[in-house]
Design a protein around this ligand. Structure first.
Ligand code: ADP
Ligand code: ZN
Length: 604
């Protein structure tokens, strides 16, 4: 039997395990159960793939997403692993062949959809086979409180009943304690060892800026470092995804829309292009993302604010699974808050539910408004305090300017009070700036003592003041009254002059400048890099697989740096296992050889 370390190197071409991987793998190889919590991109798959290879028999992986299953199977096949799947897309003959291979001991790994696994027929099949382990991927699907609940997952306790001696490993990226407890209870995992990895994604750079001119901001963001990159752009509405996608196409970007209202075929086609081609941008509603396992997504951009910090973290987490630098970029404005509150107010659900939603929205807004490290705030939110600022977010890279906003805030709050808490931001700013338009005159607001007391700030500055006051809970937006601002209890001391407030100074230009420069180190020869990418693209097209299934960017980058000249050297590159060495070594070595000839002239 090969050891876990040997398999890691020979099959996967990786040098060493990441933090909790080796302990988890050891536990499962020895026959123990495990519950694994790891952020997206943390490396969960290896935790069951390696034990499945190390133990006798076939590893059974329960996975809810058919598209993902197929991706995993094609990636593992590339590594020379004997792997297949059973799901509803297969015709009976193909399924039969897979079953036969399983019974003949010719499979290392088998992916099965949960609805299939829980059928009596399938259980009977498994009982006749030699099984190494059960891996339950996306284990949070058992949680009835989550968005991804799958009724079939509830039936998975029968694994333990029918196969008490076969180790089970449940995996998820969902953090909270309640979901974890539910997984343990519902999957009968009270004896399992728990492995909880840190939730930080250090390679993701977080940036949040104020909406100023959204399209220009987006364009600047893309042009400055993401010209040739795959990414996801989230928008709040379906209509907007289509508009932004069309507009980006006009700007020569390979952008495609994705939302639940598009015909199924269009959706599938766009998703396929995102996975198979390089540098495709998907402009999507939140309908896109679950089960997208593309490792080289270089950025996730939010054109509107998500509803909760949880969704923000999950969506941004789709960037940089390969561990290479990636950007999480977002722009937001008070209008987002108003729209989200509107949606919440009109949604069904109990008062308690609505209050909880408000609370979570406020936390999200709080993350936008903070003047300290974003990562610190994010990790704190998930109960994982960080000892120091991260150095890889906008506020760390360009510390925020603040100004004493006490006087302005007091004027803003008085304006709300004097107009009887019945008006929205625009009107309040008109009153403060001394406008005498129809609405002001109609309500006699030009007679109020606060009329015209705020001429020292312009319209934009006042919006910023109001937004921050809402963000920090001094004001609330009353959705039943068309977005009127209302005073909250918290504003009393400020109004009475007993408290001061520092506000952040907006500088919309700033946010856009701080780019993670292209993921390429400066000493890389671009011609060689492009040649290696062409080679990868050709191989991928020949086999109908995504380019990253052949090699990740990281491997190509290493080739550019190490310039291997023979197969021993080529085998040292990260991601080059025995199988890929044999299959692709020659093709890539030739590209490198040609590069040498072109650069230094041929020897003869
Ligand atoms: P998750 O399922 O947790 O989101 P994956 O299992 O897809 O993450 O792993 C993310 C990426 O990291 C994959 O490309 C995987 O091959 C790579 N990876 C995992 N473990 C290691 C390791 N020990 N060394 C190098 N790369 C690794
Ligand atoms: Zn930071």
């Amino acid at each position: 039997m090969q050891t876990a370390q040997e398999i890691l190197q020979s099959v996967f071409g990786y040098e060493s395990f990441r933090q909790p991987q080796s302990k988890i793998i050891e536990t499962v190889i020895e026959g123990g159960d495990a519950l694994v919590l790891m952020p997206t991109g943390g490396g969960k798959s290896l935790c069951y793939q390696i034990p499945a290879l190390a133990r006798d028999g076939c590893g059974i992986v329960i996975s809810p997403l058919i598209a993902l299953m197929e991706d995993q199977v094609s990636a593992m096949t590339q590594l020379g692993v004997r792997v297949n799947f059973l799901n509803s897309t297969q015709d009976p003959a193909a399924a039969q062949a897979v079953e036969k291979a399983l019974l003949a001991g010719k499979l290392d790994l088998l992916y099965i959809a949960p609805e299939r696994l829980t059928q009596g027929r399938c259980l009977a099949l498994l009982k006749r086979a030699d099984i190494a382990l059960f891996a339950i991927d996306e284990a949070h699907c058992v949680s009835q409180w989550g968005h991804d609940f799958r009724a079939d997952y509830l039936k998975l306790t029968l694994l333990h009943q029918h196969f008490p001696n076969i180790p089970r490993i449940a995996l998820t990226a969902t953090a909270d304690a309640r979901t974890r407890a539910e997984i343990i209870m519902r999957l009968d995992l009270s004896r399992a060892r728990q492995f909880i990895a840190g939730f930080d994604r250090p390679n993701i750079r977080y940036r949040i800026a104020l909406k100023d001119n959204p399209r220009t901001q987006l364009l600047r963001f893309l042009q400055d470092g993401h010209q040739q990159h795959a990414g996801i752009i989230y928008c709040m509405s379906r209509k907007k995804t289509e508009e932004i996608a069309r507009w980006l196409q006009d700007q020569e970007f390979n952008a495609l829309p994705y939302h639940a209202g598009l015909p199924t075929a269009t959706r599938a086609h766009n998703q396929m292009r995102f996975l198979r081609e390089e540098a495709v941008i998907i402009v999507a509603t939140i309908a896109f993302g679950m089960g997208i396992d593309k490792p080289d997504v270089r950025f996730v951009a939010h054109m509107d604010m998500p509803k909760t910090v949880e969704s923000y973290y999950q969506e941004t987490g789709r960037a940089g699974r390969d561990g290479e630098p990636a950007d999480a970029w977002m722009i937001y404005g008070l209008q987002d808050v108003i729209k989200l509150r509107q949606m919440m107010a009109s949604s069904e659900g109990s008062e308690e539910h609505k209050r909880a939603e408000q609370h979570r929205l406020n936390a999200m807004l709080g993350l936008c408004e903070i003047t300290t490290c974003r990562r610190e705030a994010l990790l704190n939110y998930f109960g994982e305090p960080q000892p120091q600022p991260c150095g890889n977010c906008d506020t760390c890279l360009e510390p925020i300017d603040t100004w004493d906003g006490t006087d302005a805030a007091r004027k803003a709050l008085s304006a709300v009070y004097r107009t009887e808490q019945r008006f929205g931001v625009n009107h309040l700013i008109d009153v403060l700036r001394g406008a005498e338009n129809l609405k002001v005159l109609q309500f006699n607001h030009h007679r109020l003592p606060i009329h015209g007391v705020g001429r020292e700030l312009n319209n934009k500055q006042w919006r910023s003041v109001f937004r921050q006051l809402v963000g920090r809970g001094y004001l609330n937006v009353d959705m039943e009254h068309f977005g009127a601002l209302r005073l909250e209890e918290k504003c009393r001391p400020l109004l009475r002059g007993e408290e001061a407030i520092m506000l952040r100074r907006e500088n919309t230009a700033k946010g856009a400048r701080q780019q993670t420069k292209t993921a390429l180190p400066s000493d890389i020869d671009i011609t060689l890099w492009e040649a290696l990418r062409d080679c990868r693209r050709e191989l991928a097209e020949e086999q109908g697989v995504p380019p990253y299934v052949i090699f990740h960017d990281r491997s190509l980058k290493e080739m550019c740096g190490a310039l291997p000249r023979n197969s021993t050297q080529f085998g040292q590159i990260t991601g080059v296992g025995e199988r890929k060495l044999k299959k692709y070594g020659e093709a890539f070595l030739q590209v490198i050889e040609k590069h040498f000839e072109n650069t230094f002239g041929s020897a003869d």
